[in-house]
Design a protein around this ligand. Sequence first.
Ligand code: ADP
Length: 252
Amino acid sequence: KSNGSDLLYTKNLFKFFDGLTALNGVNIRVKDNRVTLIIGPNGSGKTTFINTVSGFYKADEGHVYFEGLEITNKPPHEIYQNGIVRTFQIPQPLKKLTVLENLLIADYNPGESVVGSLLPGWKKYEEDLVERAFDVLKFLKIDHLWDNLAYQLSGGQLKLLEIGRAMMTDAKLIIMDEPVAGVNPVLAKSILDRIKELKARGYTFLIVEHRLDLVLPYVDYIYVMANGSVIAEGVEEDIMSNREVIEVYLGD
Ligand code: ADP
């Protein structure tokens, strides 16, 4: 499975916010069954990029391809059904549900927008869905928390729940904005170890994260953005010795 082909790639992606060029012709390739990391100073366009490829923002120019098919500017739910899941912080209404319930409704609740609209339906879950949810919780090592309300979880446990919600769908590519930001190092390592195991199971990850000390050992390929452009790409050794990258970070 790990043939290293492009699962997702963009061609000359542009995004403007009245006069500001947030994406300036971005070409990024996310290889199948790899962990790809995007780094860059605040405001460099990382979040705009992941929002655009997942359909939450419309691209102004350029193209997005997933599994060889163009998905540019498709609505988020269609992109989600294709197998791209961008994880979101568990929104407030869902924090009043238990951990298990959050997994059971995951399939119906891709983003933050449709919260609540499908809640009455979740009670009709089937037993195999519950079994799958428990398998996911065991894998994430949070099965003991199944009956806790989500708001009782720590920040790191919530991140694991976000991953669990992605696992409950048919996700191929999981996109995560800051999976370990603000998480204590022990739990952060646990989150990253789960990502590594999911990679071994065939998942692909695209991650934005500032905690390089924690994530670099888990990452296969890195893109560096500055002012809406990719200024460097490569493996860790290349990126960390790249003069332009060093300047961008020192100048930040
Ligand atoms: P990063 O994730 O690298 O910190 P962002 O993608 O959030 O950067 O932002 C890139 C630029 O686009 C910033 O100048 C930011 O202010 C701008 N931007 C992002 N989202 C919006 C938006 N919804 N409306 C207007 N400007 C935005």
